[in-house]
Ligand binder design. Structure first.
Ligand SMILES: Cc1cc2nc3c(=O)[nH]c(=O)nc-3n(C[C@H](O)[C@H](O)[C@H](O)COP(=O)(O)OP(=O)(O)OC[C@H]3O[C@@H](n4cnc5c(N)ncnc54)[C@H](O)[C@@H]3O)c2cc1C
Ligand code: SF4
Ligand code: SF4
Length: 439
């Protein structure tokens, strides 16, 4: 008789730490515990207050080093064994929190790329992002969409189709003519609320950094800046890789509980995608307009980079001759300029050279400078610190000149020349001149 059979409750156990396995990851277990029963020691290891533990296993699932396990007393183990022997079906408990989260995340679909423009002129990084976005969209099985905001910018939707987008959300009105944070944030948040994208990519430019941060704050989601790699894991999460701790390690960051997942990527980090002339897509014209009176910022004039006498955009250069601390002084950069002129290129610099005042800041290549991807990058007297390498290692060809044969720059060099740059650079320049004369 079933009413005489006592109801057997499946023991849940308590969490406990396995000796020597905790890597002190930063108290992920503690922050996952719904009943606050984990305290952290000074060395960053957890202490579980077992009387409070409800055996939910959240800490176990989140631990990156499998340092926690469920502990069952001998009596509980016996009950589990009895249940198994009786083959009493114990329904798997549904975690309502996890179910609600999965439902919320499933509402968001699509990979979006913000098409940056200034007075109707697009930023090349937008097309680079459509290239990487296409791969993400294919993996997720969703559409690749462009966000186009401005005045008289419909042509950018068609351009976005040529670079792989299949849909464009267009907001076209005079209030959007100039980029202003308030207006663009309102516009983007309206689009996000209405159409719910899963991923948003923006250029890590002045505009992109400003806009992405403001949107992420407003919609309450995560943002990873300056990503160098993007991919999708088996749970549809965006894996965002970027240098961390001063560039000494690469960290992969995920935003698994909030949507949209937002990343910025610097210009030239992702390869330029091929343009497909005549590609078509759907334009969704969204009539949402921000009232001009509500925008406090007024743009008086746009002063573009490159209008100054010495301003040079090294990010677009096909040939870069860069100098580091080995140049010994500002006057020696003239030698690099001669070589760069022969090649039709520009002069770049390491941070040491910039910090020494030998070259202006806009010439700096690297983590806190510019990311470049020229056809040929010639590094002269640059040791090849990781912070420099992240800014130039994707160049088609790297030629390194350094008198120290163990300098790390040689690890990324296509051709390495061990020797004194003060002899080698002028010799290369005169050889090129000689070859030009004979042609
Ligand atoms: C958070 C952070 C961000 C950073 N961001 C950047 C960045 O964006 N860009 C950047 O470049 N650095 C950056 N750095 C600094 C970086 O760590 C290095 O200190 C810097 O790149 C070193 O510059 P260098 O190679 O010119 O100088 P050094 O490391 O001093 O190397 C000089 C090289 O010149 C060679 N040399 C000397 N004389 C000659 C000669 N006559 N002929 C041939 N070779 C010669 C030497 O063998 C040596 O290898 C950053 C650091 C931090 C902590
Ligand atoms: S099993 Fe659940 S309740 Fe127990 S310590 Fe881990 S997270 Fe907290
Ligand atoms: S989550 Fe794991 S590795 Fe991180 S502190 Fe807790 S036990 Fe240690």
């Amino acid at each position: 008789m079933s009413e005489l059979t006592p109801k057997i409750k499946k023991p849940r156990g308590v969490a406990r730490l396995l000796d020597g396995k905790c890597i002190a990851c930063g108290a992920r277990c503690q922050s996952s515990c719904p009943v606050n029963c984990i305290e952290m020691t000074e060395t960053g290891e957890p202490i579980v207050e077992t009387v409070k533990c409800i055996g939910c296993q959240k800490c176990i699932k989140i631990c990156p080093s499998d340092a926690l396990e469920m502990f069952f007393t001998a009596e509980e183990q016996q009950i589990l064994a009895d249940l198994a022997a009786l083959a009493v079906p114990v329904p798997e408990e549904v975690d309502p929190e996890a179910t609600a989260l999965a439902k919320k995340l499933a509402e968001y679909r699509g990979v979006w790329v913000f098409i940056e423009q200034t007075e109707g002129e697009p930023a090349r990084v937008s097309w680079e992002l459509l290239g990487v976005g296409a791969g993400l969209a294919a993996t997720l099985g969703v559409e690749l969409c462009a966000i186009v905001i401005g005045e008289k910018v419909e042509h950018l939707c068609h351009e976005a189709f040529a670079y792989g987008a299949t849909k464009a959300y267009l907001m076209d009105a005079p209030v959007y003519y100039h980029y202003r944070t308030e207006a663009y944030v309102e516009a983007c948040c309206h689009l996000i609320d209405t159409y719910k994208p899963e991923v948003i990519l923006m250029g890590a430019t002045g505009m992109g950094r400003d806009l992405a941060g403001a949107i992420a704050t407003r919609v309450g989601t995560g943002l990873t800046a300056d990503c160098t790699g993007l991919s999708i894991d088996d749970k549809r999460n965006l894996m965002q890789t970027r240098p961390a701790f001063g560039g000494n390690i690469m960290a992969t960051i995920m935003c698994d509980k909030y949507r949209p997942q937002m990343s910025t990527v610097r210009p030239n980090v992702m390869p330029m995608t091929d343009r497909r002339e005549g590609a078509v897509g759907t334009i969704i014209r969204d009539p949402f307009i921000v009232a001009e009176e509500s925008v406090l910022t007024k743009v008086i004039e746009i002063i573009r980079d490159g209008h100054g006498k010495s301003a040079v955009d090294i990010t677009g250069a096909e040939f870069i001759v860069s100098g580091g601390r080995g140049m010994m002084g500002p006057e020696n950069f003239a030698m690099l300029k001669e070589l760069a002129d022969e090649l039709g290129g520009v002069v770049g610099a390491s941070r040491s050279a910039v910090d020494s005042g030998w070259m202006p800041g806009d010439r700096q290549v690297g983590q806190t400078g510019k990311t470049v991807r020229p056809k040929i990058y010639i590094a002269c007297g640059i040791s090849g610190a990781i912070q420099h390498l992240v800014g130039m290692q994707d160049s088609d060809m790297v030629i390194a000149i350094n008198r120290d044969s163990s300098a790390p720059i040689f690890e990324v060099a296509t051709y390495g020349i061990v020797g004194d740059l003060f002899q080698i650079v002028p010799a290369i320049t005169s050889k090129i001149r000689e070859m030009k004369q004979h042609n």
